[in-house]
Ligand binder design. Sequence first.
Ligand code: HEC
Length: 146
Amino acid sequence: MKKVAIITGSSRGIGRAIALALALFAVTGHAETEVERGRYLATVGHCMECHTPGAIGHHDFTGGLGKGGQKFLGPWGESVSRNITSHKETGIGAWSDAEIKRAITEGIRPDGSRLKPPMGFAWYARMNDEDLTAIVAYLRTVSPKE
Ligand code: HEC
């Protein structure tokens, strides 16, 4: 009986150690910074494909990342993607975090005006605040462009 008890006790200990190792791996296995996560989310969200000059497959991601300027024609007329770099005047550098989040999820600018398609705020509307915070952190690192 005693032996069994010891075995059970130690296997529980091993179980705990494995659970702890897995938990640590779950945390450290994805040890990315908030900015890295934001860059990943902006990539899967296709932000920079619309917000960088050029056409599909020919974007100037090096010199023009986030600069905007792509034209989109549709039933709404014409819209031009905006500068979402950290530039304080031409970009969104002077916007607060909350203002950027509202533009992304609700399509409303700080002055209250509404964003036209194809800005995909309806697709981003249900993003959680943690992910939005990461995207904002990433956007703040996008070098300012005029
Ligand atoms: C399919 C193209 C497309 C995608 C994808 C897209 N946008 Fe946009 N975005 C636009 C267009 C076009 C506008 C301008 C709309 C207008 O002027 O009414 C815009 C406007 C904005 C604005 C407002 C800027 C300003 O100065 O008014 C922000 C902020 C923004 N987008 C951020 C993002 C982020 C962040 C993502 C990814 C999560 C994203 N956009 C994805 C096309 C896109």
